[in-house]
Design a protein around this ligand. Structure first.
Ligand code: SF4
Length: 63
């Protein structure tokens, strides 16, 4: 599998920033925790922006 974006849900603080910058990939799920709804729903640039903006540093590329 190619590298893909993941959220460490234990660290997510539910700020919704990732959803705002990249709504095709991220959405808020149960418990106001973000989840990846479609790993291919956004551009690499959008995902990188979400990684940078996340205050909990819990979004990352994984192999
Ligand atoms: S930006 Fe980070 S902390 Fe905020 S909702 Fe998304 S994954 Fe959670």
């Amino acid at each position: 599998m190619a590298r893909h974006v993941e959220i460490d849900v234990d660290e997510c603080v539910g700020c919704e920033a990732c959803v705002e910058v990249c709504p095709g990939v991220f959405a808020m799920g149960p418990g106001d925790i973000a989840q990846v709804i479609n790993p291919e729903g956004g551009t690499e640039e959008e995902i990188n922006e979400a990684i940078e903006i996340c205050p909990a540093n819990c979004i990352s590329w994984e192999d």
